[in-house]
Design a binder for this molecule. Structure first.
Ligand code: AMP
Ligand code: ZN
Length: 136
């Protein structure tokens, strides 16, 4: 737990997020600057900087969860595919220093935008979350 970490704050429920899923190890919520509708994040409950710091037994659970949430997101937003992305380290584009995995539903073949998307329409995010949750 880090006091200055925004994802720890989300993990503890001190900063709001539009949650899709949670269990003992992970929380999933919608990205606030989505690059596509249904862009979600999976974070560890515990604070780990990036993939090398995450225990293997936690990492082993992450991909099955990403698979499940990606399937729900693809159905929920009517996408045709998805990207799973983990940025590790500032040089690799990691902006938040708390391990997270991006699930990005895709509808076209345009290049994957590696920068943040624009700010989400906060009135619409809860409906997107419900569309995904309904397909879990
Ligand atoms: P990364 O570049 O891999 O570190 O990605 C961090 C992601 O976290 C970006 O896509 C941001 O839009 C997203 N993000 C940052 N703060 C929040 C927040 N409070 N709620 C939801 N997503 C966030
Ligand atoms: Zn943290």
């Amino acid at each position: 737990m880090s006091d200055t970490c925004i994802f720890c704050e989300i993990s503890k429920g001190r900063i709001p997020s539009i949650r899709i899923y949670e269990d003992a190890d992970f929380i999933s919520f919608l990205d606030i600057n989505p690059v596509a509708r249904g862009h979600l994040l999976i974070i560890t409950r515990e604070h780990y900087l990036s993939t090398p710091e995450v225990p293997d037994e936690i990492l082993a659970k992450a991909l099955p969860l990403a698979k499940r949430l990606a399937a729900a997101a693809v159905l929920g937003v009517g996408a045709d595919g998805f990207n799973i992305l983990i940025n590790n380290g500032e040089k690799a584009g990691q902006a938040v220093g708390h391990w997270h995995l991006h699930v990005i539903p895709r509808k076209d073949r345009s290049e994957l935008p590696l920068r943040e998307g624009g700010p989400a329409d906060l009135t619409k995010l809860p409906f997107t979350a419900a569309d995904i949750r309904n397909n879990l």
